[in-house]
Each structure stands twice: as C-alpha cells, then as structure tokens.
Write a protein that binds this ligand. Sequence first.
Ligand SMILES: [Zn+2]
Length: 159
Amino acid sequence: MKCPFCRSEEGKVLDSRPDPEGKSIRRRRECSSCGRKWRTLERVEDEMPLVIKKNATYQPFDREKLLGSMSVACGKRPVTFAQLEKIIADIEWDLLSSSVGAVESTVLGEKIMSALKQVDEIAYIRYASVYRRFKDAEELISEMRGLIDEETREPGLSS
Ligand SMILES: [Zn+2]
C-alpha cells in the first residue's frame, strides 16, 4: 500500500485488529521512507485468501456461500445463525493470522466440519455427508460410529 503522504511503497503494518463480526480489519501502518503513520479500515473480504477448488480453479472466499451451506446442514437443528457467524469469523481470523495467499477448499471444509461437530453432531453429519460425498452408507455409518465412540469413551480412561 502506498504511503498517502510521500507515495512510497515501502511500509509496514504495525498492528491489525479485526472487528468482532469479522467484516473489517483496522490496521496501523508506518511508512519506511517518511516515517509517518496512518490508519486503514479494510474490508476482510479483500484480505481473505483465495479458495482453491478441487478442479484447481481459484475462487474468492465467499462468506455468504459458506454460511448458506452451513445453514442448510443446520435446518431444524437448535443452532443459531449467530453460532454459524461465529464459526466463520473464527475461520476468517485463522486464515488472516496465518496470512496465506490461498487455501484449499478441502482444508476450509475440514475447518467447518470440526467446528460444526462441536456445535451440533447432526448438523455435522449432514454437512459431512454432502461435503465428503461418502461413497456409500457403510462409510457414513462408520463416521457416525466414530462419533458415538467419542461420546461413550469414559473421561479419564484415555489419559
Ligand atoms: Zn511516506
């Protein structure tokens, strides 16, 4: 980003703070040439890494689309929209802090699945059944067995 005072392109970010909803990010920048400081307010969408699809094409990070697919999985489940927004905001913050240029859609999917699993297991199974495209009922059942095993495991026994 060019310095607004001297137009130099050499500068650094002093700090970055996303807003609680994850929609924008405030930055403090300092110009290395003239030493002046200024603040920016940037939209998170512009900062988000691109998403690499399975067919090797790049797409912009689409928060609405991700929220949509999660809402479908959560239909009639006791999950609030605020919980879903929180999941997305956490993922966005994760990606922003790791400052990667691109993220694979499978990695994104795994992040969503592990977050959904904490919130609602039925929603998780629904999401995973679409996302992972289980080959057959057997695969789906074994995933569900895994969940049940996790639940019935006596706390303390494994440690
Ligand atoms: Zn400057």
